[in-house]
Design a protein around this ligand. Structure first.
Ligand SMILES: Cc1cc2nc3c(=O)[nH]c(=O)nc-3n(C[C@H](O)[C@H](O)[C@H](O)COP(=O)(O)OP(=O)(O)OC[C@H]3O[C@@H](n4cnc5c(N)ncnc54)[C@H](O)[C@@H]3O)c2cc1C
Length: 718
């Protein structure tokens, strides 16, 4: 990914049905010079066509979801999990809920819609759920399950469209006979493309399932009832709002033109009608002079044009037109393995319709699943302006631009005159100093990477018994220009700063340069009350880890597209990578731990054997699944990080371990921001474990104890 010199930034907002197709195209094609970012609220995208099937338990959550981080990894894009809250089209700038703002050269908005609640007063006490965005409905399902579990409930579905009926069918199957469903709509089944025979089928199926319908406009929702415009009161336990679509305020407040219903108006190239740098697709947009109901099918069709138009626009070719169909195929799930098909005047209800639906849906979603070891071969294309290839210096000329640096420092209000060195006032005669470097991995949010590199470096200071005072940062940014260079500098530095603030440590100096191997080097200075050395381990002291291991092989598995590691597993891995060790270090110090070290790239075996060697002791340890971030041993057996072999060969002679030990590979797995290993006197065991759990919210991991020296430095017992 970082082979390119990035000159243009494409930002995709929302992992909707259209933007994911742009990413898929980028999995197969490399636009040299293009830097792509996807910003989406969730790690996964939900495929709408299979959601009713998920509700009635035909499909699992994994089957209906697409892993956006992995899609970005394969596309060579960066994934940012956050919500866009403002768009300033004048500055081509996006504001995010939690992370620094991002600029774009070209933008594609595919953020779907929210439920339309205009004209409905919703009281806080009401048990009301929105069906849009569809990902929210999927998330809320477990809460609805809890409500329905205890008694027969009366559910109201507000809105009389085909989506409400499909939802009613799937809910009635999910909860069997434990609920009474009524559909309330101002208009009932008024979709133009539904033929009369289909409408009859729908009514017949509804009757059979005991689903009632009431024609009328709901104007308010309270805890126990709904009020209709004609004054009728309808009693219900919970309601689902499926009354049409709306867009969020950040989008409606933007300067992009809207249609009469408030959706963003686009021309037939899917570009905003007043902004040539912004594409909008899916539920959020409305085609000028060509109204069509909102649906996932429409968003998918638009995606087919969007992915081409983004390439055409970036390579300076004429754009193609989106020509919406007047009529399209409806396939609605009804009973188990049954679906209803509607196309022009044709209407069928049967098993084969379900088979057809399942085939179409699976064919679509499988395009976004990746299999282990397989990566797509990419064709290369040039951006319009990057046909004049620049030569990049490898010496001093590879620095980041002064403009980016000065602007960053100005915004941060620090070292604006670019002084060459900083003065550090110290009131101690001894300083701890360490240096560490890690490389950025493709698709990882550079802010998270900044956090992780700080914590990775901090471990060196913590393991010597100190606390961080000052840091110097050298950042290798990808070869890039303007807003892309700024993006990396902002995200790297703000990630680092978010952690240095917690330590009250100061960034005193820095250097930034451009490289094909982006990464961060941090030099840290620390002070200490009592220096901890590796030769102080005591016989019978207990050995603990501050958190589990496994970052090396899990990252290897993820970036090999292994099916063994799901999107949730990856999120869990990132959570551990973002967890620092300073609280654990404080606790171990308060229990007068004699030994602390951090498990780094050399792995557990190397660090523990160094301590044993220096302290002239052996360690007896036991490996169990608690030591692993991910408890699936199959992944540990199958994947190895690149540093594994070196770690193995440098430590194997110091270890006694049975060949059958299923966890043996974890001893040599290189760790990024790994745990601290420390010793605790046995008499403090209970008190220590209690305090650790209280302060950190999870338990320390007991590994074993130090013993009199034996043949081998580490003895792994079964
Ligand atoms: C119950 C139900 C069943 C349905 N069944 C079908 C069906 O069978 N077939 C069909 O064609 N349609 C169906 N639909 C309609 C369909 O769900 C929507 O039309 C479709 O999801 C819209 O797709 P989209 O690509 O515009 O956006 P979405 O698929 O909704 O994706 C939007 C993405 O943007 C992200 N996002 C939103 N806001 C932000 C933000 N501010 N910043 C960052 N990210 C953001 C979201 O997290 C999400 O990942 C159904 C709808 C419902 C409610």
């Amino acid at each position: 990914m970082f082979e390119n010199n990035f000159t243009k930034q494409l930002v995709l907002i929302g992992g909707g049905h259209a933007n994911i197709q742009v990413l898929r195209k980028l999995c197969m094609n490399n636009l040299k010079g293009l830097h792509t970012i996807l910003i989406s609220e969730h790690f996964e995208a939900t495929y709408s066509g299979m959601t009713p099937g998920y509700i009635h338990k035909d499909f699992s959550k994994e089957e209906i979801s697409m892993d956006l981080q992995r899609l970005c990894f394969n596309a060579g894009a960066t994934f940012i999990r956050d919500k866009v809250v403002k768009i300033e089209t004048n500055y081509q700038k996006l504001e995010l809920q939690n992370l620094p703002s991002i600029h774009y050269d070209l933008l594609s908005i595919n953020t779907g819609s929210i439920s339309n609640t205009r004209g409905i007063k919703i009281e806080n006490s009401s048990r009301c759920f929105f069906v849009k965005p569809i990902s929210l409905l999927v998330k809320n399902l477990s809460e609805i399950d809890q409500i329905i579990k205890y008694k027969k409930n009366k559910i109201a579905i507000i809105g009389g469209g085909i989506a409400s009926y499909e939802l009613a069918f799937s809910l009635s199957r999910r909860y069997e006979n434990n609920l009474e469903i009524t559909i309330l709509g101002k208009n009932i089944l008024k979709e133009k493309n539904l033929n009369e025979k289909t409408k009859k089928y729908i009514k017949k199926i509804s009757n059979y399932l005991g689903i009632k319908e009431i024609q009328g406009e709901v104007v308010s929702i309270s805890e126990k009832f709904l009020t209709l415009k004609n004054g009728v009161i309808f009693e219900c336990d919970l309601s689902l709002v499926s009354s049409g679509a709306d867009i969020e305020t950040w989008l409606s407040n933007s300067s992009l033109n809207k249609d009469k219903n408030g959706f963003i108006a686009v021309n037939d190239n899917l570009l905003s009608t007043n902004n040539e740098s912004v594409f909008i697709t899916g539920d959020a947009c409305s085609l000028e002079n060509n109204f069509r109901p909102k649906s996932g099918v429409m968003a998918v069709r638009q995606g087919e044009v969007l992915k081409e138009n983004i390439f055409y626009k970036l390579t300076g070719r004429p754009l193609i037109k989106f020509r919406p169909q007047k009529n399209w195929l409806y396939l609605v799930g009804t009973y188990k393995n049954y679906a209803l098909l509607n196309y022009f005047f044709l209407s069928f209800h049967g098993r084969w319709c379900w088979k057809l639906k399942e085939w179409i849906d699976r064919r679509f979603i499988n395009k976004f699943k990746f299999s282990s070891g397989k990566s797509m071969t990419k064709k290369n294309f040039d951006l319009e302006e990057s046909k004049n290839i620049k030569m990049y210096c490898q010496g001093c000329g590879s620095k980041a631009s002064k403009y980016t640096l000065v602007n960053f420092l100005k915004a941060e209000n620090s070292n604006t005159e670019l002084s060459d060195a900083s003065i550090i006032d110290i009131n101690t005669s001894s300083l701890l100093q360490s240096i560490d470097h890690i490389k950025l991995f493709t698709s990882l949010n550079p802010f998270d990477f900044g956090v992780i590199s700080y914590l990775h470096s901090q471990n060196d200071i913590l393991s010597s018994g100190g606390s961080v005072q000052t840091i110097s940062v050298s950042q290798a940014l990808p070869f890039s220009e303007g807003i892309i260079e700024k993006f990396y500098m902002d995200y790297f530095m703000k990630g680092i700063k978010s952690e240095s603030i917690k330590d009250d440590s100061v960034i005193v100096s820095g250097h930034s340069y451009q490289s094909k191997e982006p990464g961060i080097t941090i030099t840290m200075n620390g002070v200490f009350e009592k220096k901890i050395s590796k030769n102080q381990a005591q016989e019978n002291d207990l050995i603990y880890l501050s958190k589990p291991l496994g970052t090396g092989y899990l990252l290897a598995a993820y970036f090999n597209n292994s099916e063994l590691l799901s999107s949730i597993d990856f999120q869990n891995l990132i959570e551990w990578l973002r967890k620092g060790n300073s609280k654990a270090s404080e606790i171990s110090k308060s229990f007068k731990s004699n030994i602390t070290t951090d498990i780094s790239g050399f792995g557990l075996a190397s660090h523990l054997s160094d301590i044993c060697k220096s302290s002239k002791l052996s360690a007896e340890i036991k490996l169990n699944k608690e030591i692993l971030i991910n408890k699936n041993i199959e992944i540990l057996k199958t994947f190895k990080s690149t540093g594994f072999d070196n770690n193995y060969s440098s430590s194997i002679n110091d270890i006694l371990i049975s060949d059958n030990n299923k966890l043996k590979n974890i001893l040599y797995d290189p760790q990024t921001n790994g745990p601290l290993l420390f010793s605790i006197n046995k008499k403090n065991q209970i008190e220590f474990e209690k305090k650790f759990l209280l302060k950190l919210g999870f338990s320390p991991i007991p590994l074993g104890k130090f013993k009199k020296p034996e043949d081998k430095l580490i003895n792994v017992v079964d």
